[in-house]
Every structure is written in structure tokens, then in C-alpha cells.
Design a binder for this molecule. Structure first.
Ligand SMILES: [Zn+2]
Length: 107
């Protein structure tokens, strides 16, 4: 688990975040999350989730962990290609179409 950036910006404990995500409507959850977390905490949170997903993919035996791209909106390298929610920025919590990136990568 050493890949995960743990212990920083954990104002909203992970289990609480997960729990809220389960019980709240997606949009409401995002509003609540943004209201609670500061910018730095949101950034650390997004980075931790990206790290976690890549670690999980590697642990799951995948030889192609998710590609990371720079988000066209926030400019952070926190956009994962082809998640279950499409090309998804974990900082903006929004989908972006990164088809060009995917094409270039597949070639
Ligand atoms: Zn973004």
C-alpha cells in the first residue's frame, strides 16, 4: 500500500467519504464534499484516489493500468482514461472526452 498517498489532507476520513457517497445523491455528495474540503484537501484527495486506482489495477494483475492525462479544465494530471465514468478527472469530478489522447496512445 506504499503507493497510496495516505495521511495527508484526511480531513474527511475515507470511510466517511465512502459512506456519504453511498447514501447521498451523486450531485449532493459533490456539493457536500466541496463544502467540507479545502482546495488542498481536494487535491490530495484526488491524487490519493488516482494513486489508489492505479495501485489496485496493478495489484489486480492488470498489465495496463489506467492512463493518466492532464485535465483540460484544471490542468492537474488527475484525469484517468477509460474509467467506469469515461475519461474522468478526479479533481474536477467531471468527464472529459480524451479520444485524441487514446488514439495517439493506441498507435
Ligand atoms: Zn480537472
Amino acid at each position: 500500500m506504499s503507493l497510496a498517498a495516505e495521511g495527508r489532507g484526511d480531513f474527511l476520513p475515507k470511510h466517511l467519504g465512502r459512506r456519504l457517497e453511498e447514501v447521498l445523491d451523486e450531485e449532493i455528495f459533490e456539493d457536500v464534499r466541496k463544502a467540507i474540503l479545502t482546495y488542498d484537501e481536494m487535491l490530495a484527495d484526488a491524487q490519493a484516489e488516482v494513486d489508489r486506482r492505479i495501485a489496485e489495477s496493478l495489484e489486480g494483475g492488470s498489465d495496463s493500468p489506467p492512463d493518466i492525462a492532464t485535465c483540460p479544465s484544471c490542468d492537474h494530471e488527475l484525469l484517468l482514461i477509460e474509467t467506469e465514468r469515461g475519461d474522468f478527472c478526479f479533481f474536477c469530478r467531471e468527464e472529459f472526452s480524451m479520444a485524441q489522447h487514446r488514439t495517439a496512445n493506441a498507435a
